[in-house]
Design a protein around this ligand. Sequence first.
Ligand SMILES: O=P(O)(O)OC[C@H]1O[C@H](OP(=O)(O)OP(=O)(O)O)[C@H](O)[C@@H]1O
Ligand SMILES: Nc1ncnc2[nH]cnc12
Length: 218
Amino acid sequence: MRCRPFPLSVPRPSKRTALPSQGRRSIRTGVAMANEPMENEQGTALAAIDAAIRIIPDFPQPGILFRDITPLLADPKAFALAQALLLERARSFSPDAIVAVEARGFLFGAPLALDLAVPLVPVRKPGKLPADTHSVDYGLEYGTDRLEIHSDALARGARVLLVDDLLATGGTVRAAADLVERLGADVVGALFLIELTGLGGAERLAEAHIGVSALLRC
Ligand SMILES: O=P(O)(O)OC[C@H]1O[C@H](OP(=O)(O)OP(=O)(O)O)[C@H](O)[C@@H]1O
Ligand SMILES: Nc1ncnc2[nH]cnc12
């Protein structure tokens, strides 16, 4: 395994809040389980997810080790495992809305919003959203960019879970959090497939009081 599994850093849903459909289910089959040891099954699933992520050196520029999720997307079993584990974590935040960041964040955020039956709100690159927007500039591991959100996308006080594929410097999700807060909603956490450690992302989000959960740490 090239990345380390990142254990649950948020409380599991309590029996009180768990719906019948939220009970423990086999990651492989989706079937409810009685006493199977969750940790071993998670470890196996995380190893399969990790194995489906390809590392491309020097993309998009020299010195960057690019984590390519396209083999994961092309492997329905590994993709389903990743979504099942992300869903378990997402539930524990009890979000009212999922805010997902263009483009790769959409791939993981959209199925989570459907499974949780909460609104999906896209945060997009500039010039893509047709109605009135708020925008913010931010820095990337490789370059700078701007993000936008529709001004009417979130209710004031909504509990928002931010979703993206990967946390590097934290600039993207910090910018998305700024947009959410400008709309008067509350960021309850940030969920990732991969956290790259050593780039200060989790620390940067902690400064903004945003807790991070990720399936893999690299
Ligand atoms: O933590 P950070 O340093 O901000 O980096 C992480 C962001 O970088 C990547 O997106 P990218 O901007 O490359 O866009 P894409 O999803 O459209 O490929 C990735 O999907 C995250 O959104
Ligand atoms: N190293 C990396 N691999 C994939 N996506 C990224 N986004 C920012 N840094 C990245």
